[in-house]
Design a protein around this ligand. Structure first.
Ligand code: HEC
Length: 140
């Protein structure tokens, strides 16, 4: 009895194994695409931070790095102009428009007598992206 039941069990197990194998081969696991997109666009960021915010933040940083801003400004130390962290601490989103305009027009008086040079070639939208990045340093 024992010698007969063993091979049967092996054959049974084998055929189940083969069956389940061919099943997984012919039937791909259905993974809808939006699933992948979702997990890719949600890194270790805390919930409540909209993705678009991060994107404009990165764009703002790129714009700042692409112009002359960093010859006068540093993120965390005063140079010719105030550090961006100081600027972030002083203002809120409500000042976004005014600050963007000041980057374009230049000006002085808020931090001392040294003026900021105008950046007339800059669009208002890009200037706003820069300010958004600067203000995002508030929480660091
Ligand atoms: C020639 C040096 C110089 C350059 C280049 C420069 N800044 Fe400034 N920036 C200053 C100075 C000086 C101030 C302080 C002005 C004041 O006292 O109101 C300032 C102030 C600022 C402020 C705060 C404005 C306020 O009213 O408090 C922001 C925001 C700012 N700069 C962003 C930028 C960005 C973005 C760029 C690049 C597009 C840039 N700056 C390029 C010198 C510069």
């Amino acid at each position: 009895m024992k010698t007969q039941s063993l091979p049967t069990a092996v054959i049974l197990a084998l055929s189940i194994f083969l069956l389940s194998c061919s099943k997984t081969e012919t039937t791909p696991i259905p993974q809808p695409e939006p699933y992948n997109g979702q997990s890719a666009s949600q890194p270790a960021e805390p919930p409540g931070v909209p993705v678009s915010n991060n994107t404009s933040r990165d764009e703002g940083l790129k714009l700042i790095e692409g112009t002359d801003c960093l010859t006068c400004h540093k993120m965390d130390a005063k140079l010719i102009g105030p550090s961006y962290q100081e600027v972030a601490a002083k203002y809120t989103e409500a000042d976004l428009d005014m600050l963007a305009q000041k980057i374009i027009d230049g000006g002085k008086g808020n931090w001392g007598h040294i003026p900021m040079t105008p950046h007339t070639g800059l669009s208002k939208d890009n200037a706003k992206l820069m300010v958004k990045y600067i203000l995002s340093l508030k929480n660091q």
